[in-house]
Design a protein around this ligand. Structure first.
Ligand code: IPM
Ligand code: MN
Length: 374
C-alpha cells in the first residue's frame, strides 16, 4: 500500500476545526482506495508567534521539503498586525517551495445557490490558474525615508515634488512604492501548466492582464502567452483585461474554461469567483509545485469570531483535500471526495451558512462515511 507523508498546519481561528474534518475525509478516501496518509502536525500560527515570536523557522522549512504535500487550515488573528502571519507563514511557504501555480476551481456544485440569476452548475465550471510567486507579491517595496533610495527614486522624487510639494529628502515617510515583477520564465511555466490543464478540459484558455496600462510587466506577460500558445494549437485562446473579466465572470461565466492570471489580479478575481460558486465557504485552492512540495487550503481566512463554535463550514477545506489527492495522483479518490461533497449538499447535510443545521464536526463524518459506502 502506498503511504504519503503529509504535513498538517491547522493554523488559527476555525483552522483546527475545518482541518480535522478534512482529515477524516482524506483518511476515509485512503481506506476506500487503498492508500495511507502519514500526518505530521505543525503548530505554525498566531498562538506560537505570540508566545515565542517565531513564525516558521529555516529548519522547519527544510524539514517540510520531505513531505509531498502540506494540508493548511487558515491563519489570521486579531492580536497580530495584518501582514505578519500572511507574509511570515503563508507567503513564506508559497515562495520557499516555489509553488508557482495557485489552482482555484470555480465550480457551482449541484444544489448550491449562486447569486447569479439563471445560472446553473453547467454554466459555472472553470479553473483559475493564478501565478503564485511573482507580480506585486515579490515583496520589494518601501516606505521612503528621507534621503534613502535617492538614486533609484529620482523620478518619483521629482514627480511628487512638483505634484504635492513632497521633498523626499526631508519629509520622511511620505511616499511608498511596491514593485511588481513579471519574468519570462516565471510566466511561461505557469502558462504551460494552464495550457496542459486546458488540454484535459474544454481546450479553451483565457489570459488576464492589464497590458493597456501596465505595459511593461503585463506587456511581457502577454508576449509570453503569445509565444507559448504556438505549442498548443488545439487550444483556443483569448485575452481579457482584468477589469473586464470581473464583468464577464458575473454576466457570462459559461464562457470560461481555464483562466491564467498574474498573481494579484488572480487574488482579486478568485474572491469574485468564490462568490459566484456559492461563497468563500466553498472555495478551495492548491499551491502547486509540480516537482516539489505542494500545499492545499481553503481560500477563506481564519474567521476568529466563529472559532470553537462548531459552526464553520468545512467544505472548502474538504474540497482542497480533493485537490491534494488529485495532485498526488489519486484521481479516483479525489473525484469521490467531490462527489460525496455534492451528495452531502443534496441531502441537506450542511452547516448553517448553507441552510442546514449540522455542526462542523458532523460534516466530515458524514462525507467520510459516504465515501466508504460508495
Ligand atoms: C489568498 C489570500 C492571501 C493572498 C493572503 C492571506 C496573503 O488572500 O490566498 O487569496 O493574498 O494570496
Ligand atoms: Mn485572496
Amino acid at each position: 500500500m502506498t503511504t504519503y507523508k503529509a504535513a498538517c498546519m491547522p493554523g488559527d481561528g476555525i483552522g483546527p476545526e475545518i482541518i480535522a474534518e478534512g482529515r477524516k475525509v482524506l483518511d476515509s478516501a485512503g481506506e476506500k482506495f487503498g492508500f495511507d496518509i502519514d500526518w505530521t502536525d505543525y503548530d505554525t500560527g498566531a498562538e506560537r508567534y505570540l508566545k515565542t515570536g517565531e513564525l516558521i523557522s529555516e529548519d522547519e522549512l527544510k524539514e517540510l521539503s520531505k513531505f509531498s504535500t502540506i494540508y493548511f487550515g487558515s491563519i489570521g488573528d486579531d492580536r497580530v498586525k495584518p501582514g505578519i502571519l500572511e507574509k511570515g507563514i503563508l507567503l513564506a511557504l508559497r515562495f520557499y517551495f516555489d509553488q508557482y501555480v495557485n489552482l482555484r476551481p470555480i465550480k457551482l456544485l449541484k444544489g448550491v445557490s449562486t447569486p447569479l440569476a439563471n445560472k446553473k452548475p453547467s454554466d459555472i465550471d472553470f479553473v483559475v490558474v493564478r501565478e503564485n510567486t511573482e507580480d506585486f507579491y515579490v515583496g520589494i517595496g518601501s516606505r521612503v525615508k528621507s534621503g534613502k533610495q535617492r538614486d533609484e527614486l529620482s523620478v518619483l522624487r521629482d514627480l511628487y515634488n512638483v505634484k504635492f510639494g513632497i521633498d523626499v529628502e526631508t519629509d520622511a515617510d511620505e511616499l511608498a512604492y511596491q514593485i511588481g515583477v513579471v519574468s519570462r520564465q516565471g510566466s511561461k511555466r505557469v502558462m504551460e501548466y494552464a495550457f496542459d490543464l486546458s488540454m484535459t478540459r474544454d481546450k479553451k484558455l483565457t489570459s488576464v492582464d492589464k497590458a493597456n496600462v501596465l505595459t511593461d510587466v503585463y506587456g511581457l506577460w502577454r508576449e509570453v502567452f503569445e509565444e507559448t500558445k504556438i505549442n498548443y494549437p488545439a487550444v483556443s485562446t483569448d485575452y481579457n483585461f482584468v477589469d473586464a473579466i470581473t464583468m464577464w465572470f458575473v454576466k457570462n461565466p459559461e464562457w470560461f474554461d481555464v483562466v491564467v492570471t498574474p498573481n494579484m489580479f488572480g487574488d482579486i478575481i478568485t474572491d469574485l469567483g468564490a462568490m459566484i460558486q456559492g461563497g468563500l465557504g466553498l472555495a478551495p485552492g492548491g499551491n502547486i509545485n509540480p516537482d516539489g512540495t505542494s500545499m492545499f487550503e481553503p481560500i477563506h481566512g481564519s474567521a476568529p469570531k466563529y472559532k470553537g463554535q462548531n459552526v464553520a463550514n468545512p467544505l472548502a477545506t474538504i474540497w482542497a483535500g480533493s485537490l491534494l489527492l488529485d495532485t498526488l495522483g489519486e484521481k479516483e479518490a479525489a473525484a469521490a471526495v467531490v462527489s460525496s461533497i455534492e451528495h452531502s449538499i443534496e441531502k441537506g447535510a450542511v452547516t448553517r451558512d448553507m441552510g442546514g443545521s449540522m455542526g462542523t464536526n458532523e460534516i466530515g463524518e458524514w462525507i467520510a462515511k459516504d465515501i466508504l459506502n460508495k
